[in-house]
Write a new protein. Structure first.
Length: 279
């Protein structure tokens, strides 16, 4: 008696079942392997030779160093330590330092080896002093003004009298509004920050004529310079090159150093208007 052959549908079902079991077995083996590797990696992160033991900070500030140490305390989800070489919280360290010291412009966090962390700080360079919207006395600089220092981007980052190394590159005092109309100066930006390089260069050129510029006041699209001699100059922001040329063309008619000139109006193209004391 001949054996009955299996029908094709039955053979196909057995093949599908076998393939399903093989795939399931492969998935289980992969999951086990992954769990073993994960467990081994977690174990590795806890080993002393891959955990931060030493830290250096470029400015040597113990307060900032203590804040960094605080960011390395604890674990991530109770599994791996925050001071592990593999999981150093560089972003959190940067945010903490920036929050603590507005005078820090850029922060580099890197490993010197598996157990040493090096933090390099790049501090802001003070460009000038900002002492408010307008001078308290338009004629005589006040020693009692509460001022801040700002960097090349017009960012106010420290009180002038207490900032370490806050001697500005420019000796004149700046008056300007704050961008966005905010009231708190610290960590704010000056409204005319982008136009200041040209305005400052103009002020230095005016100072070279004999009487240093002591105050620069930004008013919308105009700038007023107060000289040590007592003379005031006003010009339109952004026209410094042409304005200085106009002034030089008429320099034989006035002296900015002896205090004889009360006011110089340079707001009009190719025109120089003077007001002498007593007129």
């Amino acid at each position: 008696m001949l054996a009955r052959r299996s029908s094709p549908p039955l053979v196909n079902k057995r093949l599908k079942d076998r393939r399903r079991r093989d795939r399931h077995r492969a998935h289980v083996l992969f999951a086990i392997l992954l769990a073993v590797l994960t467990g081994a990696f977690i174990w590795l992160t806890w080993q002393p030779y891959v955990r931060i033991e030493r830290m250096t900070i470029s400015n040597g500030d113990p307060r900032l160093l203590a804040l960094v140490e605080g960011e390395l305390v604890g674990t991530y989800f109770g599994l791996v330590p925050r001071d592990s070489f593999f999981f150093t919280p560089a972003r959190a360290i940067r945010a903490t330092i920036e929050s603590a010291d507005a005078g820090i412009q850029a922060i580099s966090v890197r490993h010197d080896d598996l157990t040493t962390l090096i933090i390099a700080l790049h501090e802001r360079v003070p460009i000038a002093r900002w002492c408010g919207l307008v001078p308290s006395d338009s004629a005589v600089p006040s020693d009692g003004e509460y001022c801040y220092v700002f960097d090349a981007e017009g960012y106010l980052y420290a009180v002038a009298d207490v900032a370490v190394g806050s001697t500005p590159l420019n000796t004149f005092t700046v008056y300007d509004s704050l961008l966005g109309g905010v009231e708190e100066p610290l960590r704010s930006t000056l409204t005319h920050a982008r136009a200041m390089p040209d305005a400052f260069d103009f002020a230095r050129r005016i100072s070279s004529l004999g009487s240093p510029v002591e105050r620069i006041i930004f008013k919308d699209d105009e700038v007023e310079l107060l000289l040590r001699s007592g003379t005031r100059l006003t010009h339109v922001l952004g026209s410094e090159e042409e304005t200085f040329a106009n002034l030089m063309s008429a320099k034989e008619n006035f002296d900015l150093t002896d205090g004889s000139i009360d006011y110089v109006d340079l707001r009009f193209p190719a025109e120089v208007y003077l007001k002498r004391h007593g007129e």
